[in-house]
Write a protein that binds this ligand. Sequence first.
Ligand SMILES: [Zn+2]
Length: 80
Amino acid sequence: MTHRQFEGWNSYGRRLAAATKAGNRDWVRLPYCRGVMLAEGGKLFFTGKACKRGHLSPRNEHGDCTQCHLMRLAERRDAV
Ligand SMILES: [Zn+2]
């Protein structure tokens, strides 16, 4: 894994608390913003902030919440 500049304890602590609340502490190891994710060549990042629907989950390269993304896919599948 590439060595990333530390985001700072405030940011890390907030993300760790959010990941713990969401039940997946591994998410704290994801990049904290899209720029870092792109620099590392990853596909997901985790801000620790809830999306507009209140999901605490990682975001993809478009900045979309992955849970909302899955919901949209399911809606599309049901609509067919
Ligand atoms: Zn969402």
